[in-house]
Design a protein around this ligand. Structure first.
Ligand SMILES: [Fe+2]
Length: 205
């Protein structure tokens, strides 16, 4: 994997220093470790496989940690840079259908931001066939299988401490004001049956 560059240098409410430390050091670090782990896994001795300790076990656990660290950060960074506010298009339709209203969704999403120790994720679940909010306290714990990721908020202290110190609620408000709903709509149209763009429109129905 390669580090994806930021599409902005700063945002309203998130300084260049805050974003640079987060992106260039922390996120890039996960990319590096994911590549390193994969390389080690290719040469691992499978005959030593063991559930208490083995290189295969430890490397595979940390591979999940590193890869989720990469992917969640990419959804987070690429999902900002917009105008926030109330969305339009398919995501608005889905949120209204599954949460009742945008306000109902955003109130829950923001409150979850005060409960999570790592991430808050709005995802479409292919089994329940609806949007759901999830939280995870570490990258590889709390994720739900068979979903597609739509909105990701990082609430680790490293995401906001330079700009907001302990004022997490203020950071969350600014995060919401920076959501790029156009990007979120692209995620919907690429991945959710029935909401695909015109070329695929009939396939999901
Ligand atoms: Fe982060």
């Amino acid at each position: 994997m390669e580090v994806k560059p930021l599409k902005y240098s700063k945002l309203d409410g998130l300084s260049e220093k805050q974003l640079k430390e987060h992106h260039d050091v922390l996120y890039a670090g996960y990319v590096k470790k994911y590549n390193e782990i994969n390389e080690k896994l290719s040469g691992v001795d499978l005959t030593t496989a063991n559930a208490t300790y083995s290189d295969l076990r430890e490397l595979t656990i940390e591979k999940g940690f590193a890869l989720n660290g990469v992917v969640l950060h990419e959804y987070y960074f690429e999902g900002m840079g917009g105008q926030g506010g109330v969305p339009t298009g398919s995501i608005a339709e889905l949120i209204n259908k599954n949460f009742g209203s945008f306000d109902a969704w955003s109130e829950q999403f923001k409150a979850l931001g005060m409960t999570a120790r790592g991430w808050v994720v709005l995802a479409y679940n292919f089994d329940t066939k609806k949007l759901e909010n999830y939280i995870c306290d570490v990258h590889n714990q709390g994720g739900v299988w068979n979903t597609t990721t739509l909105v990701v908020m990082d609430v680790y202290e490293h995401a906001y401490f330079i700009d907001y110190a302990t004022k997490r609620a203020d950071y969350i408000e600014k995060y919401m004001a920076n959501i790029d709903w156009e990007e979120v709509n692209k995620r919907v149209s690429s991945n959710i049956p029935g909401y695909q763009t015109e070329n695929n429109n009939n396939e999901g129905e």
